[in-house]
Design a protein around this ligand. Structure first.
Ligand code: FNR
Length: 341
């Protein structure tokens, strides 16, 4: 791919933004199985603008590190540059732009979260709070669009009536965004409530930009099914991917234990935040087993990637990776790069 590659939102299978889950190892995992576009977890603009950009030589990544705390807020690598979308949580156009400008040369696109119903988002005027503020939406999206050379998108939920959702989507289209993702639930709906795909259909017929359908995609066949039913251009999946990222495989899902192990290996390889790795593994276990069983209890007791490696018999892999990193830091040619292929 060349450097002028612009993300095309048609006919794509997309990993949804997921807080704590959608960090580099999980995005790379989903992409290995066939995801075309992979979203970061939502990153709040206040946090991102406190970061500085740093090349991490030993991991071969680009890190955005919070000043003061040294927390890695966003980590990416060149292999995902043309498919990774950073999702921003924001309530202010200039702050959103400052956050987007920091990461824009390392990623494929910027998305604005307009669907999160959690109180921390709503209280901060972010996420679903934006849905009732069309002028602010317009300000944020047009500001991003005017100033960035990469695509800008947003992810909304359904409003209380079809007419209101369609009017919002048409207003959003006028801002010049490249696509719009529609999570087929209303703000008050809970994740267990069935997604209302017909709400997506209304939007898909009312706008001419690509619509990304999201909600209750559980199997590979659902990718085509939701597109056929709704007329959407692309499909985004969250929970079913978190539970088994091989949902993106055209040949069918792999056993979740294998996927879990591969995720752990990638977490080790990319030195993921252990809390996030632990959280994601627990989500996988909860779906397929129970956290009260021995495996769940043992994962709960883990504090570090070394602990998790020991639990899953990956201590040799962990040791090899650490040795490779030491060589790399000392300027020795790197086998780690081969491991990452
Ligand atoms: C989410 N979701 C979400 N949405 C978003 O716009 N930004 C985010 O950071 C998150 N974080 C998040 C974390 C976790 C653990 C889950 C399960 C979900 C919502 C998600 O992207 C999606 O819209 C919904 O889950 C509906 O899709 P599925 O799960 O029916 O495929």
């Amino acid at each position: 791919m060349n450097t002028t590659m612009v993300l095309d939102y048609r006919n794509k299978h997309i990993l949804a933004p997921m807080v704590r889950v959608g960090t580099l190892p999980f995005r790379m995992l989903a992409a290995d199985y066939g995801a075309d576009i992979t979203y970061s977890e939502e990153i709040v603009d206040h946090k991102l603008i406190k970061c500085y950009r740093k090349i991490n030589e030993s991991l071969q990544t680009v890190d955005f590190v919070e000043k003061g705390t040294n927390e890695v807020v966003f980590r990416t690598c060149s292999a995902e540059k043309y498919r990774v979308v950073v999702q921003i949580g924001t309530s202010d156009a200039s702050r959103a732009l400052a956050a987007a400008e920091l990461v824009c040369r390392d990623v494929a696109a910027i998305d604005v979260n307009m669907g999160c119903p959690k109180s921390f988002s709503i209280c901060g005027g972010m996420g679903a709070a934006l849905l009732s503020k069309p002028e602010l939406i317009n300000d944020i999206l047009t500001t991003l669009k005017r100033n960035l050379s990469i695509p800008v998108t947003c992810k909304i939920r359904l409003l209380n009536t079809c007419e209101a959702t369609v009017a919002l989507a048409q207003m959003i289209e006028k801002t010049g965004v490249a696509a719009i993702a529609v999570h087929a639930r209303k703000v008050a709906d809970r994740p267990r409530d069935p997604a209302q795909w017909d709400g997506i259909t209304e939007v898909a017929y009312a706008v001419s930009i690509p619509v990304i359908a999201n909600g209750d995609v559980f199997d590979y066949d659902d990718f085509q099914r939701i597109k056929t039913v709704t007329g959407a251009s692309s499909v985004m999946v969250a929970r079913a991917a978190m539970q088994n990222a091989s949902i993106f495989r055209a040949k069918g899902k792999l056993p979740w234990e294998d996927v879990k192990r591969e995720y752990l290996r990638k977490s080790i390889l990319w030195d993921n935040d252990p809390k996030r790795t632990k959280y994601t593994i627990k989500q996988m276990i909860m779906e397929h087993s129970c956290l009260e069983l021995p495996e769940g209890k043992s994962v709960n007791a883990c504090r570090t990637l070394a602990d998790l490696s020991r639990l899953y018999g990956e201590q040799d892999y962990h040791k090899n990776i650490l040795e490779e990193r030491t060589h790399l830091n000392n300027g020795t040619p790197a086998r780690i790069l081969q491991l990452k292929k």
